[in-house]
Write a protein that binds this ligand. Sequence first.
Ligand code: HEC
Ligand code: HEC
Length: 202
Amino acid sequence: MRLLPRCSALLVATVIGGLAAGAQESGVNSQAFKEKVEICGACHDPSGVAKMEGVPHLAGQPELYVQWQLVYFRGETRKNDMMTPAAKELTDQDIRDLGTYYMSLAPASPTDPDPDPALTEAGAKIEDNRHCNQCHLEKFTGQGETPRLAGQREDYIIKALHDYQQGARRGRGNVIMPEIAYSLNEDDIKALAHYMSRQPGK
Ligand code: HEC
Ligand code: HEC
């Protein structure tokens, strides 16, 4: 008996299969791609290091992470008033190219003096107990479907953790991040967000 592949398996096949194809014929240098990515730059900044509150940095995010999140926004399993319209019209090829493109940009890295070293230290202690680095990697640079947190905007990390806590964001459909976020209190969230935002990009 042949089993029908599950929907998520199909999506994985589409994205992974496309990655191989995209390697030969990458569209990131085409005029059409430049016009598309200009729209993203209006909010995420052309550098991929966002200057607007609530808008995450994309520069240096793992390719697969960006691609999957765009698939979620497009399918509205991840909802956001600003991102839903931006993702709605993207083709699979656009999504592959956007993943490749943002991964190639230099990630944000704090250069100003830390405005609250005590909070950074508190965040480091919580991280030590919570082992966020198990998935986000030792320097929080992310891997595969797990995002980079190093140098990410503090306000956005707080928002993301609240979204998981409140069930507004389910992620991959499993409960990893919601479960972790439920067990954090407000002080933990503030300290972790500050700590992560202060980590160098590399
Ligand atoms: C009108 C502003 C706006 C535009 C235009 C826009 N974005 Fe976004 N984007 C956002 C906001 C705000 C979020 C955070 C959503 C949330 O809080 O869940 C976001 C989130 C994302 C994320 C998830 C990042 C993460 O760390 O989880 C990706 C990937 C992304 N955008 C890619 C794009 C791409 C690619 C484009 C162009 C096709 C684009 N965005 C256009 C505002 C925008
Ligand atoms: C078991 C693996 C795992 C562990 C441990 C883990 N994470 Fe995650 N995290 C993930 C995955 C996978 C995602 C992407 C989920 C999605 O698709 O929304 C994620 C997403 C996030 C995001 C959203 C970032 C963005 O760009 O939108 C934040 C913030 C985050 N994690 C913080 C943490 C913190 C803080 C800890 C430790 C307290 C932690 N994570 C521990 C796997 C993990």
